[in-house]
Design a protein around this ligand. Structure first.
Ligand code: AMP
Length: 180
């Protein structure tokens, strides 16, 4: 582990049994509040694609909005919000995905991007990859060229990054934590 990863790891607060028993919640509000860690995380997230033309950064509600907005500004790209069902006012496209119990839906405006645009997906954390997989499907429905999916935190035991790679999406994560 290098100094950068140690710094980032220390900037993240871990809260046991939230929102339910057995879950170790990785809270990035402490990272966002630390100017140096926030900047490093934003710079590092898209570092491999920094020299490429990126048309849009898509962020997943809600923490993906904060990181994705900053990344979009950094690479001079537009920002596209991917939201939970019922939050977007204009005409939408949607994709359903499975939760532990039942299913949920994420949505995007149908004019949020045009076919062939180069898009990077951003969220704070990838666990099972269910949310990010649905987001990739949503972006591809509108013809996006998904260059990469970038996350500050990986929970590798849950297999989400591998799930995305099977969809031919390059995955970048900055630090990983064992367990759930
Ligand atoms: P998944 O679809 O299982 O990959 O879950 C990813 C989404 O759930 C992300 O938007 C995360 O912010 C959130 N999430 C899942 N597990 C955790 C965790 N242990 N700590 C914080 N956020 C989590």
């Amino acid at each position: 582990m290098n100094i950068f990863q140690t710094d980032l790891r220390e900037a993240i607060r871990s809260i046991p049994d939230y929102p339910k028993p057995g879950i170790m919640f990785r809270d990035i509000t402490t990272l966002l509040g630390d100017a140096r860690a926030f900047r490093r995380a934003v710079d590092e997230l898209v570092q491999p694609w920094a020299g490429m033309k990126i048309d849009k950064v898509a962020g997943i509600e809600a923490r993906g909005f904060i990181l994705g907005g900053a990344v979009a500004h950094q690479v001079s790209a537009g920002f596209v919000p991917i939201r939970k069902k019922g939050k977007l006012p204009h005409k939408r496209v949607s994709v359903a995905y499975a939760l532990e119990y039942g299913e949920d839906m994420i949505e995007m405006h149908d004019d949020a991007l045009v076919e062939g645009e180069r898009v990077v997906l951003v969220d704070d954390l990838i666990a099972t990859g269910g949310t990010a997989e649905a987001a990739v499907k949503l972006l591809r429905q509108l013809g996006a060229d998904v260059l990469a999916a970038c996350f500050v935190i990986d929970l590798p035991d849950l297999g989400g990054a591998d799930r995305l790679r099977k969809l031919d999406v390059p995955v970048r994560t900055l630090i990983s934590f064992e367990g759930h």
